[in-house]
Design a protein around this ligand. Structure first.
Ligand code: PLP
Length: 398
């Protein structure tokens, strides 16, 4: 059963995340130095406020931290401005943010998700959804005809896409998905964790909701677990999501929220550098004798390159995958042989990570056995290539 969510919150004051008056400012400026977010005491750095409760007479309007708090509000204002949305909400994790979207749908709703998407969310929606009471259909990533056929006008409440899609990096045309969803009366939600608002702002292409695992690029230092949603409008569905967060209590700690703001201030330079490094590595690895295929939307022969070029500005992200010679065992050997690329899950941090996905995702995963996911960090590109090159020498060379 889906939760029954009263539309009048118990103690959440429902203040809107104020829209910035500086909408002409570019994302790099908004991330690093957003006007209107300065602390009243003149500090150039936002303060950490750990309080869980506020006096009723306080002018701030804050009441209880499960509903809202100043550090959350700071991060949410920045993110709403960066995404060009009206409101944003922080959550305890990316999964908690996605969970709030699906729980806020009416019981029995039909939703469409892609075949390739963050595997734990796909698994949770497909295998364990008895508690959600949703009808879920999957379509091939970026296949507009399949999406059109799967939509049930009047019944489909939500189309969920992820672009580029983790971990094979298919690209979906956001504007096309939005217009198909809207024609059928459905909303479009985009997991934009990998693109970040530095490269793509899905709301500009018609998306209704944007989701982030803020654990990844938004924070960028592999030391915060958090999630976020941004809404194009302050509508009834957004109010249900707000209630879901307040009553479900899936908020981050105040220190995590503060660290997230700190991380977001350097978002633009980190994403730009990681994207530049990934592009260099993708081009060099294409010609490597130990590599069977490079999956990266920044390569001209990637099937989604043209769409990615139209909806990603300034780079194609730091995320890529390589298929290596020697199959499952070859991939395991390479992953165990890198030194700079740390063998670990997660992505979007300043340090480079490598992960053999098939053993992680298990049976039923669409990920090939020989695929290694690379989260390219901000180190020196030559050093990163040398590290991969020596590790790739452990598999048969073509
Ligand atoms: C694309 C994507 N979406 C969502 C998530 C879930 O985020 P979290 O781990 O913060 O719950 C992840 C985590 O790896 C992810 O890669």
């Amino acid at each position: 059963m889906i939760w029954s969510l009263p539309l009048t919150p118990l103690f959440y004051d429902c203040r809107e995340t104020p829209m910035t008056n500086d909408s002409a400012l570019k994302p790099a400026t908004l991330a690093a130095n957003m006007p209107g977010n300065e602390p009243a005491d003149g500090a150039v750095v936002p303060a950490w406020q750990p309080a869980t409760t506020y006096e009723n007479r306080a002018e701030s309007g804050f009441s209880y931290l499960r509903g809202d708090g100043p550090v959350f509000a700071d991060a949410e204002r920045r993110l709403a401005a960066l995404e060009g949305g009206s409101n944003a909400l922080l959550f305890a994790s990316g999964m908690a943010a996605a969970d709030a979207v699906f729980r806020s749908l009416h019981a029995g709703s039909h939703v469409i998700i892609p075949e390739v998407m963050y595997w734990a969310l796909r698994g949770w929606l497909n295998d364990d959804r008895s508690h959600l009471d949703l009808r879920v259909d999957m379509v091939a990533n970026g296949d507009a005809r399949a999406l059109r056929n799967a939509l049930k006008p009047g019944e489909t409440a939500l189309v969920w896409i992820e672009t580029p899609a983790n971990p094979t990096w298919e690209v979906t045309d956001i504007a096309e998905a939005a217009s198909l969803a809207h024609e059928a009366g459905a909303m479009l939600a985009v997991d934009s964790t990998v693109a970040t608002p530095i490269l793509t702002r899905p709301i500009e292409f018609g998306a209704d909701l944007v989701m982030h695992s803020a654990t990844k690029y938004l924070n960028g230092h592999s030391d915060v677990l958090a999630g976020a949603l941004v809404s194009a409008r302050n509508d009834a569905f957004w109010l249900r999501i707000q209630n879901c967060r307040t009553q479900g209590g899936a908020v981050p700690g105040t220190f995590e929220a503060w660290l997230l703001v700190r991380g977001m201030r350097t978002l633009a330079v980190r994403v730009e550098r990681a994207s530049t490094n990934a592009q260099v590595l993708a081009e060099r690895l294409q010609n490597h004798p130990g590599v069977v295929e490079v999956l990266y939307p920044g390569l001209a022969d990637h099937p989604g390159h043209d769409i990615a070029s139209a909806q990603m500005q300034g780079g194609f992200s730091g995320m890529m995958s390589i298929r290596v010679a020697g199959g499952l065992n070859g991939a395991a050997r390479v992953a165990a042989s890198t030194r700079l690329f740390r063998q670990a899950t997660s992505l979007g941090g300043v340090e480079s990570l490598i992960e053999h996905r098939a053993p992680v995702e298990g049976p039923g995963s669409p990920v090939p056995d020989d695929l290694l996911r690379l989260s390219v960090g901000i180190e020196d590109a030559d050093d990163l290539f040398a590290d991969l090159d020596q590790a790739l020498r452990s598999v048969p060379q073509a």
